[in-house]
Design a protein around this ligand. Structure first.
Ligand code: BES
Ligand code: ZN
Length: 456
């Protein structure tokens, strides 16, 4: 192992400059303006994987963005097989004016690399690519078989990956899935994530008059779609912060006492949390702590709302329609499909007969909790500890990685969430960055992990 770690140390400059090349692609999956960039980015990744010695690498076109897949199976039939999953797509960058450097011109400052996708997830998936390279370049082999699956639609809901997995079960068969797309509880505190929330995402559109009309001529005589929508939205939670969609909590599994005790041991600092966000007070479901509210309780949020006149100055209209995007974060054992049905029915029931309501499902993904004492997790703990020289903690996560549940269901492969991000990385926000210690440490941890799991 030491020789491999020496290689990683010696290659630092190279690895960083390759990451910079990878980050320069504006691979924004949710905006079709960037389709050509998605394609270029996937091709770059394919070439890169070929160059480090991965076999059968190619892009698999989908109705959305291409999937990149390649494998190295030289460890043989008796060795373990890892499916390493990541995503090369990134979030949109707006508001651009809040970035201190251009999002696709990677910039190094104070031991961090700034660019969209550094932490989420190009930098993290690249840790595995470089760790595999280190094994292959040092000894010409790996102690495990690896299958690399990098998608381009995670940030848009992984809408085409499910189909790909179901159709390619044999090719993707594995003993474990490894995902580095999560973050540590705090800087200097290597963390294994053992739970993700699921998601159910809808868009609801309320339509009133068949065109925008004069608010003087018609004001007082007809319902205003913006006001109706706003009222409907406020009905979705009660004053205790509980979601009012019928049967919403039916399948929620409470956190165990052991989990709750474990949460209390984490160095959560409410004052710092508030200060970071610039809010005077927090607010959430009555009776739960912040970590419980974000990790083990479901939530419902408006992501955006549009309607009417929003240009300069005043325009006196009653708009024809208003529309809102609403996401719900789900916890075991809530079923996204059932939740989607229930909220659509509830919104239709709330709406007065003066308007028409359309509910569109955008995407969904199931929640996940994994066993904490599997050999996969034990190997990840050992790898993080060896790579960073610190004890490892466990946490759950409020975010979602929709496809991970499917690895369990379809491939019967338990998931290992060994992430290298930090809370200060600003994922999905302006000035996203990745701590360089975590990038280089992430390469070491990945390389050590392959060794550890092969010995189990
Ligand atoms: N890397 C994140 C998941 C995550 C979020 C991990 C927060 C740790 C902390 C992932 O790329 C992500 O953002 N997922 C989306 C999925 C959605 C679009 C279906 C999310 O959670 O919003
Ligand atoms: Zn993300």
């Amino acid at each position: 192992m030491q020789k491999i770690l020496d290689y990683i140390e010696a290659q630092k400059e190279n690895h960083l400059s390759q990451l910079i090349d990878f980050l320069k692609f504006p691979s924004i999956s949710s905006d079709s303006k960037y389709n050509a960039d998605m394609e270029k980015c996937s091709n770059w990744l394919v070439e890169h994987l070929k160059n480090i010695g991965i076999n059968n690498v190619k892009t698999y076109p989908t109705a959305g963005h291409p999937i990149v897949y390649g494998e190295w199976l030289g460890a043989g039939k008796d060795a373990k097989t890892l499916l390493i999953y990541g995503h090369y797509d990134v979030q949109p960058v707006d508001p651009l004016s809040l970035w201190n450097s251009a999002p696709f011109e990677p910039t190094i400052l104070n031991n961090r690399i700034y660019a969209r996708g550094t932490a989420d997830d190009k930098g993290q998936l690249f840790c595995h690519v470089k760790a595999i390279e280190a094994h292959l370049k040092t000894y010409g082999k790996l102690p495990v078989n690896v299958k690399l699956l990098f998608e381009g639609e995670e940030e848009a809901g992984s809408n085409h990956l499910e189909d790909f997995i179901i159709k390619n079960k044999e090719m993707l068969s594995c003993d474990f899935s490894m995902i580095s797309d999560t973050e540590w509880f705090a800087e200097g505190l290597p963390t294994i994530c053992y739970g993700l929330r699921g998601i159910a995402y809808i868009e609801v559109k309320v339509t009133g008059p068949n065109r925008d009309v004069h608010s003087g001529s018609f004001g007082g005589a007809i319902d205003n779609p913006i006001q109706v929508l706003a009222w409907m939205i406020t009905q979705l939670k009660d004053r205790y912060g509980r979601i009012t969609v019928p049967n919403f909590y039916d399948d929620v599994v409470p956190a165990t006492n052991d989990e709750r005790e474990n949460f209390k041991k984490l160095p959560y600092n409410e004052a710092a949390y508030k200060e970071d966000l610039g809010v005077g007070e927090l607010n959430g479901e009555t009776g739960y702590s912040t970590l419980e509210r974000t990790w083990v309780r479901p939530s419902l949020d408006l992501n955006g709302i549009v309607g009417g006149y929003t240009g300069e100055g005043a325009k006196t209209i009653i708009p024809s329609w208003a529309s809102a995007k609403i996401s719900m974060r789900l916890v075991p054992n809530q079923k996204p499909s059932q939740i989607l049905k229930n909220i659509a029915a509830y919104l239709r029931k709330l709406a007065p007969p003066t308007v028409k309501v359309e509910v569109q499902e955008l995407h969904s993904g199931s929640p996940l909790v994994v066993e904490r004492d599997s050999i996969g997790i034990k190997s990840a703990v050992a790898a993080l500890k060896a790579a960073f020289g610190k004890d490892v903690v466990f946490m759950r996560e409020g975010g979602s990685i929709p496809i991970v549940v499917l690895f369990g269901e379809e491939l019967h492969a338990p998931a290992i969430l060994m992430g290298f991000g930090l809370p200060a990385d600003n994922i999905h926000s302006p000035n996203e960055s990745l701590h360089l210690d975590n990038f280089f440490g992430g390469i070491r941890a990945s390389a050590i992990f392959y060794d550890e799991i092969s010995k189990q």
